[in-house]
Design a protein. Sequence first.
Length: 717
Amino acid sequence: MATGGLYGNASESVGLYGNTTNFGGTYFEWFIFQESATAPATPTGGSWDFLTNVGVPPSGWSSTPPVSPTNTVWASIAIVNSRSNSAFTWSTPASWVKPGAPGTAATVTAGTTTTGAPGTSASVTNSGTTSAAVFDFTIPRGDVGATGPAGATGSPGAAATVTAGTTTTGAPGTSASVTNSGTTSAAVFNFTVPRGDVGATGATGATGSPGTAATIAVGTTTTLSAGSSATVSNSGTSSAATFNFGIPQGPTGATGATGATGATGAQGVPGINWLGTWSSSTAYAIRDAVTYNGTSYYAIASNTNQAPPNVSYWNVLAEKGADGSGAVSSVGLSAPALFTVSGSPVTSSGTLALTYSGTALPVANGGTGATTAGNALTSLGAIGSATSSDGSIVVNQVGTNIDLSVSAASPASTLLTQVRNTTGATLTKGTVVYMSGATGQIATVSKALATGDSTSAQTLGMITADLANNTNGYVTVIGLLENIDTSAYTDGQQLYLSGTTAGTVTATKPYAPIHLVYVAVVEYAHPTQGKLFVKVQNGYELDEIHDVAISSPVTDQTLVYNSSTSLWSNSTVSLTAGVNGTLPIASGGTGQTTAATAITALTGTQVSGQYLRSNGTNAVLSTIQAADVPTLNQNTTGTAANVTGTVAVANGGTGLTTTPANGALDIGNGTGFTRTTLTAGTNISITNASGSITIANTAPAGVTTGKSIAMAMIFGF
């Protein structure tokens, strides 16, 4: 309880407990708040309603502190007294809450970079502090090694970020380097790592355990120019290969049989009409061509005796060149030793001949070293055949064709189909997708969702490997999908398309209105090596079943079988045929169409004056029975309108015989009723009228004794 100093020299208890003049008053401290970068002026005004117990603070101030302030929160206090109408006196605003200064941001700086000896471990050390890190790198020279296992998750670092930028292979013998193209708080490290010398061949390692069965898909096949080398490239991964083949064009085949004569083509552009040497007596038409003084011309206008090169009538077709000079006395031919040259040199006239007596021109001399296309590809270094490590897939070169053989018992028989991602984001491995369109003769896919036909009816399968936006990849339609997180499920569990999150599965079987789509079965539950056998099985709408014909269904219709069409079809329930018309009483109905006639039919023959009465077994129509009429008491005589005497409390009466006055109340006294009126208390007036009682508060305005006492108890006054 606050005392003098805040309220003056007098104790606050004066007026509440000792000063009868102030008895009944209520006063308390009212805190108000304002958020401001600088100290606000002392507030003025404000009001408090003691009837509603609600106050209106001064303008710009609030009775509650602001949430998440960005500036200093100021507070002011005034004493609120229910016995005083004077304006509130507010204290000078003081700081209530003040935001702290921002902390210092951490920094990251690239320090030294040292090239280590081949075979040593790379290292990164921090020569700075945890808030001002300086990373010193030691990078060994050598070939890129196999990816090491993931390290344990470290504790959260400082606020700075580090991003790997570019990685450049330097020349052997040069020093490794790391540069920061970012900032000290958002570093981007660009690495230059020198190529190491090739080491000696290591000993053959022990045979590894059987790996996960790889998948191989045929990608593109490109025809290369004749004589070039065949190529095979893998645009997929080592475990999900996509072979793209480049096959050189073979030698020109024998001339085929002459085809049937085609239809006459459209009239072509007229050609020239060659007439030989120009003559002054010849009449020339347009496109007639002649030779004159070694140059050939064609007519552009009809003419006679107009000698070329008159540009009004002639255009040059082929102009005479300058006369050559010199003479050739001998022409010879030389060739590699494996060829035979005859007739060389020719000094006046004769024929030069070049022959080859071997069966296949060696590769070193520009040949293929073979007489068949398949052998030629092999001798030129192309892949004649390729076999997967488990022997399940064999690729053979057969002439100019590629033969791909897949073992029927092999896990590589998984059915994949090529698709394109145009969703705008990466589709991760294991995402359930549906065919949403096509582009460039390839189906496009989007995340499937079991909330409607449009996103579930064409469910295709699960994404085989992460598929970036606007790229082609593969969907596993039927078969095994491995190395995914299945730890949330158990072996053998059936998975369904989710109706909540697009592209995901659920082990909870969905029910209408969610669509039922079977997606996969869990073969192995594991966080990283999980296996799913994918086989999509889409549920059907009722009207998609082959022997169900539903047309424009409406509420309350049912399916009815039609033996003439052998189809089930929608039909409105009829109560005349089968269950058509009115349902008889014997079938659980009333046999009627209105409530009144239904009651009549259920109660039987109607007799005037009878009512529905139970006989202990059934409800039947019966006349009124004497036992059905209750006895009031011994003082009751005559009809209800002429009751005489006093009705006792035990018989539902009051036991009183006097007529009540205005405002009189009957109040229980333990044995009966006492008739009395209300008595007014302090500051209360009571007005009794015919059929009503008015109770009013006569205390001074704004003061309610009950509220004053309650406020004193709450605030501890």
